[in-house]
Design a protein. Structure first.
Length: 82
């Protein structure tokens, strides 16, 4: 059980670090197309409305997949420590 707890904590930390790094790199290398954006300007409103919410569902599903991946080798590999 101790191995699983260490695996779980390290998995969550690595997942957060990789998500942060991928977002940082995507932002760093993003090149906006200003001419195309200017041409699509049209009749935009003067107000800003931000919609959306964060969800823990992707994190929970990823953690569930990692848990299944951690325990699945026990189903296919015989234990030789008998």
């Amino acid at each position: 059980m101790k191995k699983y707890i260490v695996f779980s904590i390290s998995f969550i930390i690595l997942l957060v670090v990789f998500q942060f790094l991928s977002g940082y790199l995507m932002t760093l290398f993003y090149k906006p197309d200003m001419t195309n954006a200017w041409n699509q300007f049209g009749n935009l409103s003067n107000t800003v409305e931000i919609k959306g919410s964060t969800s823990l569902l992707p994190l929970i599903l990823t953690f569930l997949a990692a848990t299944m991946a951690y325990f699945s080798p026990r189903l296919f590999v015989k234990n030789n420590n008998k």
